[in-house]
Design a protein around this ligand. Structure first.
Ligand code: G4F
Length: 333
């Protein structure tokens, strides 16, 4: 039985990946930090066979102890401060966790090492935010980086550090440059889930409007459940490498609103949306669109869920859960 250690186990991708790997017959371990982490119960319920191990991306000894305890075949480093807007307010903490956390996890893997004939394989969650002010469209593995946020800068550090450990220590260390990936498990702070959840509440008469920032930026949005398969495929290759994971389609926030409101049975979204400058960013990423040709050809990976199916899935899930909450008499937010 293969053993996998996942950091960021309580996040959207960690939860999807834990279930995906369990389905492949892995024994899955999730790194969890902090006392009485409120999300520990949720992941334990979702993935009953999952083992939680204590450790913190700010604390190298705890990471070494976790890797020693688990003796993983594969480590997936998904842990990060992943909300771009927060990274502007907590830039140092973002550099510490999203950036230096990668270095510490790689050190733990290098120090513990794994069996001589079966060294630990490492996956780094790199991000399309590294392309930032894009130099070309679509973006591929060779497109230069120009990050536009402390989050993007920290991800570039993590990306190059992973590459350096691969070259310097011969680690089987790969990076997935994942474009935006969403789904019903997405946090409510991200724009897609904020829209589908607010829309469900508007439909149920629980809310009047959605306050949003910049509606003109465009993103390449895929389904998170599809993207975790690409992570796993990277670690099954003989050679480590970097891969763009994307749909190749891009849509503005306006288009997302149009599709979501149409699915919910509205002709026009504009009366329900107001602009709030609090959601504007000091520096914006205007357009992301990925070219995943390498992942398609080398990994034989392709996304299964279309943009419209993704929006529908998220809206229907939010409608069902908001309806259930309303029926249970939970207080209005
Ligand atoms: O949903 P977002 O917060 O995602 P963003 O910034 O693209 O980052 C996400 O994807 C990255 C991959 O490219 C990941 F690396 C990262 O961890 C994260 O998962 O914002 C999307 C767009 C932005 O242009 C933002 O300015 O939506 C715009 N937006 C407009 N109004 C808003 C809002 N974003 C948020 N979160 N909230 C708003 O009210």
């Amino acid at each position: 039985m293969k053993r996998a250690l996942i950091t960021g186990i309580t996040g959207q991708d960690g939860r999807h990946l834990a279930q995906f790997l369990a389905g492949k017959g892995y024994q899955v371990f999730g790194l969890i930090h902090g006392q009485a982490n409120p999300k520990a119960q949720l992941v334990a319920e979702e993935s009953p066979a999952l083992d939680l191990v204590e450790g913190d991306l700010r604390d190298l000894p705890s990471l070494i102890a976790a890797v020693e305890q688990v003796q993983p075949d594969e480590v997936y480093n998904l842990g990060a401060i992943s909300f771009v807007q927060l990274s502007f307010k907590q830039a140092e903490l973002t550099a510490e966790i999203t950036g230096l956390g990668v270095l510490r996890m790689l050190e733990a893997v290098r120090i513990v090492g794994g069996m001589e004939n079966n060294p630990i394989r490492f996956y780094q969650a790199s991000s399309s935010e590294m392309f930032g002010k894009v130099r070309e469209t679509p973006q591929n593995e060779g497109t230069p980086f120009h990050p536009r946020s402390p989050y993007g800068v920290a991800k570039v550090f993590g990306h190059y550090t992973t590459m350096n450990y691969r070259e310097a220590y011969d680690l089987h260390a790969s990076s997935g440059i994942l474009f935006n990936h969403e789904g019903p498990r997405r946090g409510l702070e991200f724009v897609t889930r904020k829209i589908t959840n607010s829309l469900a509440r508007i439909k149920l008469g629980l809310q009047d409007r959605i306050s949003l920032g910049n509606l003109d930026s465009a993103r390449d949005w895929g389904y998170a459940g599809d993207y975790v398969e690409a992570m796993w495929l990277m670690l099954q290759q003989d050679e480590p490498d970097d891969y763009v994971v994307a749909t190749g389609e891009t849509h503005t926030i306006r288009e997302f609103l149009e599709v979501a409101f149409r699915i919910a049975g509205y002709d026009d979204w504009e009366p329900y949306v107001t602009h709030d400058t609090r959601f504007d960013r000091p520096a914006e990423v205007d357009l992301l669109m990925g070219d995943a040709t390498k992942a398609r050809t080398k990994l034989r990976w392709k996304p299964k869920v279309s943009f419209e199916e993704l929006v529908r899935m998220m809206y229907e899930s939010d409608l069902a859960s908001e309806q259930a909450n309303a029926e249970r008499g939970l207080p209005r937010r």
